[in-house]
Write a new protein. Sequence first.
Lengths: 207, 246
Amino acid sequence: MTTALSTTAAKAPQAGVDLLRIVRINEEIKSVVNVAFKINIMALNAIFLAKRAGVAARGFGVLSNELRVFSQDLRDCMSSLTSLVHGCVNDVSLMLQDIRHTRLLRHAAEMTNGTRMAEVLARRERENERHAASLASQRKQLKRALEDAFRMVELGGVLAKSAKIEAAYGQSFAVPLSQVSSEFDGIVEEIRASLESLRHSAFFAGR
Amino acid sequence: MKTTKTIFQDGDHKWIAIVRDPEKPNYLIDTNEYLVAHGGQGLLLDPGGAEVFPAVFSALSSEFDPSALAGIFASHQDPDICSSLALWLEFNPGMRCYVSWLWSSFIPHFGGNADTFVSLPDEGADISLNGLPLQAVPAHYLHSSGNFNLYDKTAKVLFSGDIGAALLPPGEDGLFVENFDRHIRHAEGFHRRWMGSNEAKRRWCERVAQMEIDMLCPQHGAIYQGADVQRFINWFDGLQVGVVNG
């Protein structure tokens, strides 16, 4: 096997593993979207609870509203991530196809003589490089978008913790408000952990 | 590597069979590819699956300049017929692919774009290969619901796709049928199971019985020539198809 053939053959399992990693990232994003929707419902209930609690829970009400906005922003952010994931799936699929075509063309070239096949192979290699560069770019964009999402969730964590403090001023409503704010905190922490694991996905260690 | 055999030649008008690859893994069905060449141009009939592309390409290259291929004729849509399409197009992006209208939006999954495909209507069509008249002959439901044979009236050769196909055991895989009765046993199961319509079969038999055919060239197995062509048509006419055992 020539060096070039070995390189092409070695890329195949890597692309397959990349596809698997992308699928896992996508599954994690889907779970974050579900949780973000839960925050929205919880925040709506918290706003009603704060209204019933009156002046003592005014700060809690403001924070609940902010958490609702956070939930929507998070879902928008996840939607952008999903688009980038789809872009990655597309590029990895093209690379898998490139690998197969290159293998078969190289095999044909080895069995025949002629400069025309060399030209076809050179063109195929250029196309392979173009797809690889596109995947590298998508990978970077996805990494950046995940970092942005992570920062957003850290802000959500601050909001949830502030809500916990505000709950303490809720007088007779302090217990239910505290319970709701703890749930907020738990959920935001769950999202933070998900995004933290995504940031360290081996997919981003690739080229 | 596959071998090539010129089965018809009159000047630069040729039929070349590309057959039998001893290195082909057993899990891939064996296929015959055919090249019709005329006036320096070529039409490749059922170019085969992607995995056999290197063997077909190299064999073809030994006889013909692949950059002079004007087109591909796909009898139907199966992967062993034309899943190599994208690879042939890498070599010659301007190549056209003639296929039943039924599959013209399915086969692009193997490769090609809107400019690649020439849709053949159900009633068939004439195809000119650098002035050589060829005819796409309807053979629908035998086995594919959108299925064509290719007839070269000048050479009296009919490329019959899966009709006439036989799954030949080692040692009985000559290029031409030598003993019809022995050969046809290897074709019977295939035709009963793969061919879906007795009515379509009868119409095909009636149609091709009126054509002058010296060689009937299937995509699998051996080529029928001379009196074996009519023997095959009669045998097929009497066979009940669309049968599943068990």
